[in-house]
Structures are given as structure tokens and as C-alpha cells.
Design a protein around this ligand. Structure first.
Ligand code: ZN
Length: 478
């Protein structure tokens, strides 16, 4: 099928237009200008703010003047990931769109359906004067994927609407009504080194083969984090002999469960060390979920150099054992939903200190405070320092709001089945907006999008058409 024949035509036409404009996070000026120019040419009132957010107000349809206004929101930026074999410059090249049956995907890169779908749907609605609806406010935000800085900077005093459809989830037939807030805690452990004693054996210990995954959405699966597993091995080994550490490196991103961790070690008694490590490795292996079947622990000879002192080596191991990691509490309102978790995600040497990053999440604000405190205590005990950065609020569950009801009723009328209401253990811009406008009634919906944030990302074309119909019908009944 030809792309230009895809329905709804306006949605896919706008999607193609924005796919031609590079729009990685932090690089939204051009796409923001495109949206601003497009909507003003359509005769709507629009504002472009300093963060490149675009806010649009569109008058109510005839007969809808007395209805309460409604708002739609999504983000302009996209994650830029390409396959290793793909030549793609995300600052200059358009996203190349390919159709494979019902799946729309890109040519070796992320598609940007997250969240180009929202941008295209909002533009198509603003370009469809025949659709009956109340006064409409559309908000196109920036930098959702890296720091939520667009929504952070957005001035909510322009808003008249107190109900909002966020179009930034990924599954048709469900509405997200709660999300987690979070904070990135950086701990700095000072590096004090000394040459290893001459009779010590030096080797590299590596933990690898773990599955990893998203530190929020996958945390309930019980997969093992490489840094935590590594610390367990070290701690048991340090009980039987002196083990000194150098070049400790683990994980790559704070929002991913780490798959690998390694360090160079200077070891007083290699035989006792290896016996202790292998015994603990067997215990860890017995606890693994099937996802982590490729878990392995390797020991290889390495060259000598400077190592942390004996005291610092013990303290760093203790710190990694003490920092919070994994699921801490489940939601009391939504069965199966994680309420509070943390991910011991990264350790790397940086400026005479090891930098260790823990990303904690919770839908309950006070639990995020609690996670910060636990990190602080662990850092203080070993003479480290800490900072908490990029904190963003969660969105706590409200039972049976009018907008949830409108969604459920409209979905049932259109498709003859029940939609689901659920929460997620990950961040959404809704949390920040709820913090700014506490009486905002919100839901987050979307068509089916698979493999977000990866070059395999794809959008179901038929799902897009159904969600378009759903959004139009909800606006009509709003
Ligand atoms: Zn998104």
C-alpha cells in the first residue's frame, strides 16, 4: 500500500511532514516553528515560549460554546537511535518511513511515533473545522525524553481547560491514570589509592550476560542488576582475604538495569578469593529469573597499578551493598503495579571519585524523599557526598474521574468492549502538569506502538485509525 493512501489521511500527512524535520531531544526549534506556522496559518491563536513549547487555543465549534474546554498534549521530541549498520545523521536527515503490512516503521532508526503520533493527531484535529468539539487547547512540549524541561518551563496560567488527554503512551484500549515520579541520586566516593602489595595477584572480575531492561517498566520482573550482583561477589570475597579495587565500571544509563560490571582487583589470596566468588556466584545463579540465563562471572589476569586502599576498597563495596536497589513497595490501589523502586544503574570513575547513580521512582512523593534519605545515609557512612538531580513528581491514582468515564463509555460505544484503566511505574509529563495544576483531570492514551526507543519502533496503522476515531468521538461528547 502507498503511504499517501493511509487513513486517516491528515494524520499520516502531518506525521510525514514532521518526520522530515529532525527533532531529537534538545533540537526542537525547527519542528516547533513548523507547528507554530501551521496552526497560525489555520487561523488559531498560538504561542511559542522560550523552551520551544507551542501552546494553541482553538475556538469551540458552533453549538459547543458553553461546554468546558478540553486540552490535548504530547511532546515534539523523539529518541534518536539507529542500528549500527545504518548511516543516519539525526541533525540533518529525515526519518525514512517504511510500511510493512499494518506496521509503519523507519529505515534502521527510531520512528518517532513516540510522540509524533500526538503531534500529528493534534495538527489533524486543528486542521479539521468540521469536527464538533468544545474549545480546544493543544500543548506541544519539548525535551520529554531527556529532562522533561519543556513541561518544567511551561507556564500553566494560560490554561483554561481542567481536563486533558495526553497522547504519550503505547497501547490501544487502555488509559494510564497514574505514573511514577523520580529522582537521580549521584553519589561520589573519593578515590584514595596506593600501589598494590607486591605479592598480590591482579585480575579483572567481570559480571555479565544479564538481561537488563527499563529501570521502571521492567523492575517488577525481578531481573538481577549487574552492579548489585558484583558487589555481592566482592563482599563475600573480602570476608576471606584482602581485595583491593580499581577501574570499577558498571552500567551505562541510569534508567536501564545494568547488564555488566567489572573491576581490576588486587587479591591477597587468589585461591580463597576464587572459591568465595564461585560459591556466591552459584547462590546468585540459583536465584536468577530465566531472563538472566546468560549470567556469567569471569576472572582474567590483568596488569598491576594503583588500587583503592584496603579501607576504601571495603567501604566502596559496602556502599554498593547499601544503596537501595529493586522493588521496595507495590501499589495499594492498582494490583500488580510497582509503587516504589530504585535502580543502582551506573558506577564509573570521574574526577578522583567514583560516581554512582541511583534512579529512584515512586507514585508517592514522600517515598521519593525516603529513597533520597537512604542514599544520603549510605553515602555519609562511607565518607562520600551526594546530590539529587532532575527530580520530577509522580501522578497519584484518582478513582473514577469524569474523563476516565468519558473514555470508558466512548470506547465501549465504538468497539463493544471494555477498555482498561491502569497506572505505570515510569515517568510521564502528566506528573509535572498535575503538580502545576492539581485539579486537572487527565488520562494518557495512544495507539499501539511497539519497541519504543529502539530502531525496531513501529506503529500499527489500523490502531492509529481507531484511536483517531476514539479521540474525535470523545471530543464530540466532551
Ligand atoms: Zn514519549
Amino acid at each position: 500500500m502507498d503511504y499517501n493512501q493511509l487513513e486517516p489521511k491528515k494524520v499520516f500527512s502531518y506525521f510525514k511532514n514532521i518526520s522530515n524535520i529532525p527533532r531529537g531531544s534538545g533540537n526542537e526549534a525547527a519542528v516547533a516553528k513548523y507547528v507554530y506556522d501551521t496552526v497560525t496559518a489555520l487561523g488559531h491563536e498560538a504561542h511559542l515560549d522560550e523552551a520551544n513549547n507551542v501552546f494553541v487555543r482553538a475556538k469551540a465549534s458552533p453549538g459547543y460554546e458553553n461546554r468546558a474546554p478540553i486540552m490535548i498534549q504530547g511532546h515534539l521530541d523523539m529518541v534518536c537511535e539507529a542500528n549500527r549498520a545504518t548511516q543516519h545523521d539525526f541533525l540533518t536527515d529525515p526519518i525514512r518511513l517504511l510500511l510493512d503490512g499494518d506496521r509503519l516503521h523507519a529505515d534502521g532508526t527510531t520512528l518517532g511515533a513516540d510522540d509524533g503520533v500526538a503531534v500529528a493527531v493534534m495538527l489533524a484535529i486543528l486542521d479539521s473545522p468540521e469536527l464538533p468539539r468544545p474549545e480546544l487547547e493543544c500543548l506541544f512540549t519539548t525535551d520529554e525524553e531527556t529532562g522533561l524541561t519543556g513541561m518544567r518551563a511551561f507556564d500553566p496560567s494560560v490554561l483554561r481547560a481542567r481536563r486533558m488527554l495526553n497522547l504519550d503512551s503505547a497501547t490501544e484500549g487502555e488509559a494510564i491514570v497514574s505514573c511514577a515520579g523520580g529522582v537521580r541520586s549521584h553519589v561520589y566516593f573519593p578515590i584514595e589509592t596506593a600501589p598494590a602489595p607486591k605479592n598480590y595477584t591482579v585480575c579483572t572480575l567481570t559480571v555479565g550476560g544479564l538481561f537488563g531492561g527499563h529501570s521502571g517498566e521492567d523492575i517488577h520482573l525481578g531481573r538481577t542488576g549487574a552492579i548489585a550482583a558484583f558487589a555481592r561477589l566482592l563482599y563475600t570475597a573480602q570476608k576471606v582475604c584482602d581485595v583491593r579495587l580499581a577501574n570499577v565500571v558498571g552500567g551505562s544509563r541510569d534508567n536501564a538495569i545494568p547488564r555488566e560490571c567489572s573491576a581490576d582487583l588486587a587479591i591477597a589470596d587468589p585461591a580463597a578469593f576464587e572459591a568465595a566468588v564461585r560459591a556466591e556466584e552459584a547462590k546468585i545463579r540459583a536465584e536468577l529469573t530465566t531472563d538472566d540465563v546468560n549470567f556469567h562471572v569471569t576472572l582474567e589476569p590483568a596488569s598491576s597499578g594503583d588500587f583503592l586502599t584496603a579501607d576504601a576498597s571495603g567501604k566502596l563495596t559496602a556502599l554498593l551493598r547499601l544503596l537501595p536497589n529493586g522493588v521496595h513497595a507495590m501499589s495499594r490501589q492498582i494490583p500488580g503495579l510497582v509503587e516504589t523502586s530504585s535502580n543502582l544503574g551506573v558506577i564509573r570513575p570521574a574526577d578522583n571519585a567514583y560516581e554512582i547513580v541511583v534512579l529512584s521512582r515512586s507514585s508517592v512523593e514522600s517515598k521519593i524523599d525516603d529513597m533520597e534519605h537512604r542514599v544520603e545515609c549510605a553515602a555519609k557512612l562511607v565518607g562520600g557526598t551526594y546530590e539529587h538531580i532532575n527530580r520530577y513528581p509522580g501522578w497519584d491514582f484518582t478513582v473514577g474521574s469524569p474523563l476516565q468515564k468519558l473514555f470508558l463509555d466512548t470506547y465501549r460505544d465504538l468497539y463493544g468492549k471494555e477498555a482498561r484503566i491502569l497506572g505505570i511505574h515510569a515517568g510521564l509529563e502528566c506528573g509535572l502538569l498535575k503538580h502545576k495544576v492539581p485539579d486537572m483531570d487527565m488520562i494518557s492514551i495512544a495507539p499501539d506502538i511497539r519497541d519504543l526507543h529502539s530502531p525496531d519502533e513501529s506503529l500499527s496503522v489500523s490502531s492509529m485509525a481507531r484511536v483517531w476515531k476514539l479521540v474525535c468521538e470523545m471530543l464530540k461528547n466532551a
